[in-house]
Ligand binder design. Structure first.
Ligand code: SME
Length: 162
């Protein structure tokens, strides 16, 4: 329905455009699953060199797979395990240059080489993580962390279960 293909010349500008599109897509929509689904699809369309992107939601002491784009993935991840679990446990983004160097990395797609996980925090509580995987080692940098952290902050109130 929507086509957001754009060229990447300026990463902060790319994330500003992405945030504006995400805002337009999710503002006023109260359904968390609809908003996570559109967010995953939009990020997938906007950002180059991804092989997976989507959400894991906090459920008790686990992360449970949410809406995503890419190959089928691990359904449940204990909080504290893997890149996603580390981000959820600490409440801080994780930017991994080479997943093979990350102790405890959980392999969902053998093509993944780099990973960025941004926690989604609402009222001081981690409710989900936004996970991006790339087949390109070193794909994510501080600008991606800042961009994805801003997306996660915007999405928090729009994907929290009421
Ligand atoms: N690699 C992640 C698992 C999730 S997938 O990448 C979709 C991790 O180590 O937590």
């Amino acid at each position: 329905m929507h086509d957001f293909a754009i060229a990447v010349t300026d990463k902060p500008a790319l994330y500003r455009d992405l945030a504006a599109a995400l805002d337009a897509l999710t503002a006023g929509e109260p359904d968390p699953i609809a908003n996570m689904a559109n967010a995953a699809a939009l990020i997938w369309q906007y950002l180059p060199d991804l092989n997976w992107t989507g959400f894991y939601r906090v459920a008790g002491d686990e992360l449970v797979l949410g809406p995503f784009q890419g190959k089928p993935a691990c359904t449940r991840i204990p909080i504290g395990e893997g890149v996603c679990g580390a981000a959820a446990a600490s409440g801080e983004a994780r930017c991994v240059i080479d997943v093979h160097d990350f102790p405890g990395h959980i392999v969902c797609d053998a093509d993944s080489a780099a990973e960025l996980v941004a926690p989604v925090i609402v009222e001081g509580r981690v409710i989900a993580v936004l996970d991006l995987d790339s087949p390109v080692k070193g794909r994510f940098d501080a600008e991606d962390v800042a961009g994805c952290t801003a997306l996660a902050a915007m999405l928090g109130p729009r994907i929290v279960e009421s």
